[in-house]
Design a protein around this ligand. Structure first.
Ligand code: NAD
Ligand code: DAU
Length: 332
């Protein structure tokens, strides 16, 4: 089996590459990545080059993606502009990569008759009230809030249309908030851990009542591999591990695990249009494909993640100053 992993030098894509490398030793993996500010070849360093190849290119480049897709059996499409705050500052790369890029991948898999798994997000469904007993299901209507989530929603709809109109062999997954190693320091958990390492305060948006449904990135990887191998073509599967926590709880846990008191917590300007709550109902993935998450103890997973950032300062240090300068411009 030969797979092409777009965005395989980013956070979730590189964790997926490591996961497949371990779990499917007879597969060949080609990572296809533009290496934007969020991509880093170090994320996939040390893997046997006879089993993992690398192509630096843009998914929106029709010739480059066509040539790469022609050589593979299946495409697992992680590449995206992924950060909401950036999308509120400048939406244009989100249109380019998430919409035009996904369109070019669809055209290539259509032409060459290849299997596609499209990786998406729970944010396409908008947000829930804090006390809403319902969670997101594959039937929840799309209602995205930000330029990021609206372009992800658009990319999902393109995939659905290419399945129906052209018979493209695709599946879609919508996952909740991931955490773990190799996550860029712009995202909430690595930002706070590295702030504390730097003697800076944690930056909490608004009141901190916003809820995210945390899943360890290893469990996202196992969910994607399960869908790739066993999922029904044309279906959407939601991936989540019942990890709902509000931001204030997460921040307090980081402080506890890093031995600091609450004087290290600072409330900063809220994100415009800030989604209140996400929550995934993963029943379909459990019942239909037999998937279960393994890393469900959030405190242990967070402690391991803190240790990873403490042990890998050389990995995140080059990105930290520019990231905080961007936040300063946004007043957050
Ligand atoms: P990331 O920003 O860490 O990585 C994105 C990767 O895509 C980078 O390596 C980047 O260089 C590459 N890339 C960007 N534009 C490209 C282009 N035009 N051509 C080729 N490569 C390009 O993102 P992430 O957090 O790892 O997210 C990966 C995927 O998972 C995204 O599709 C995202 O929407 C989805 N997702 C993320 C989360 C989360 O919590 N982070 C949750 C659910 C779904
Ligand atoms: O739900 C899945 C989504 O999760 C993915 O599709 C996105 O790619 C991923 O970035 C993530 O989106 P969020 O916007 O939820 O993640 P972020 O890490 O930016 O923020 C998480 C929460 O923490 C959110 O409520 C905003 C808040 N926050 C964020 C930052 C960066 C803070 O309070 N302080 C911060 O410094």
């Amino acid at each position: 089996m030969k797979i092409l992993v777009t965005g395989g030098a980013g956070f979730i894509g590189s964790n997926f590459v490591h996961y497949v490398y371990r779990e499917r030793p007879d597969w060949h993996i080609t990572v296809y990545d533009k290496l934007t500010y969020a991509g880093n070849k170090a994320n996939i360093a040390g893997l046997d080059e006879s089993r993992v190849a690398f192509i630096q290119a843009d998914i929106a480049d029709p010739e480059a993606i066509d040539a790469a897709v022609a050589e593979t059996d299946a495409v697992i499409h992680f590449a995206a502009e992924s950060h909401n705050d950036n999308s509120l500052h400048d939406p244009s790369p989100f249109i380019h990569t998430n919409l035009i890029g996904t369109f070019q991948i669809l055209e290539a898999v259509r032409k060459h008759g290849k299997r596609l798994h499209h990786v998406s997000t729970d944010e396409v469904y908008g947000d829930l009230e804090l006390d809403d007993p319902a969670k997101f299901t594959p039937e929840t209507p799309y209602n995205p809030s930000s330029p990021y989530s609206s372009t992800k929603a658009g990319s999902d709809l393109l995939v659905r249309a290419w399945v129906r109109s052209f018979g493209v062999q695709a599946t879609i997954s919508n996952c909740s908030n991931n955490y773990g190693p190799y996550q860029h320091v712009e995202k909430v958990i690595p930002r706070q851990i590295t702030n504390l390492i730097d003697g800076q305060k944690l930056k909490l948006y608004g009141s901190g009542e916003n809820v995210r449904d945390w899943i360890h990135t290893e469990d996202h990887s196992s969910g994607v591999l399960t869908i790739l191998e066993k999922g029904r073509i044309g279906e959407t599967y939601l991936i989540g591990a019942d990890g709902e926590k509000n931001n204030l709880e997460v921040f307090k846990l980081i402080l506890k695990l890093m031995g600091k008191d609450e004087s290290w917590l600072e409330h900063v300007n809220d994100r415009p249009g800030h989604d209140l709550r996400y929550a995934i109902d993963a029943t379909k993935l459990h019942e239909e494909l037999g998937w279960t998450p393994k890393y469900t103890d959030f405190e242990t997973g967070l402690a391991d993640t803190i240790k990873w950032y403490q042990d890998n300062e050389a990995w995140w240090r080059p990105q930290k100053e520019a990231t905080e300068a961007k936040y300063k411009e946004l007043g957050r």
